[in-house]
Design a binder for this molecule. Structure first.
Ligand SMILES: [Zn+2]
Length: 122
C-alpha cells in the first residue's frame, strides 16, 4: 500500500466519503480550520496542482464549486475560501494535490486577512 495518506483514503471503508467520481473524492478535513472544512482530492497521485493535467484541475474546481454552494446550504456559511497550497513553502502539508473548501462565517474578521488563508495553524 502506498504511504501517501490521500492515495489510501479511497481504499479504506471507514473513512467518510462525501462524494466521489472517477477523478476525485471529497472528505472532511481531519484538522478543520472552520466548521465544514472539506478537501477535494484527486484519485490519481499528483504532488501538487502544477503537476496535474488541466482537465483534472478543471474538473476538481467544478466539484469544489458544488461544495462551496453546499457550505452555504449545510452550514449557513456566509462565504468560502477555495484554494490550493502548492509546495511545502506554501504550507502544503500532504504532498498530493487537493483543494480546500473552507466555509467562512460572520464575526471572523481577524481571520480575513490573506495571512489567515488555508493551512495556517490557529
Ligand atoms: Zn497520493
Amino acid at each position: 500500500m502506498s504511504e501517501c495518506v490521500f492515495c489510501n483514503i479511497p481504499k479504506k471503508t471507514a473513512e467518510k466519503m462525501l462524494y466521489q467520481d472517477d477523478v476525485c473524492y471529497v472528505v472532511d478535513d481531519i484538522n478543520p480550520i472552520e466548521r465544514g472544512h472539506r478537501l477535494v482530492i484527486s484519485k490519481t497521485h499528483y504532488e501538487s496542482m502544477p503537476n496535474a493535467p488541466d482537465e483534472v484541475v478543471s474538473h476538481m474546481f467544478v466539484v469544489a464549486k458544488r461544495f462551496a454552494i453546499k457550505a452555504k446550504e449545510e452550514f449557513g456559511a456566509t462565504g468560502t475560501n477555495v484554494g490550493v497550497n502548492n509546495g511545502k513553502d506554501a504550507n502544503q502539508i500532504v504532498m498530493h494535490m487537493h483543494i480546500h473548501v473552507l466555509p467562512r462565517y460572520p464575526g471572523m474578521a481577524h481571520r480575513r486577512s490573506h495571512t489567515a488563508f488555508i493551512g495556517i495553524p490557529k
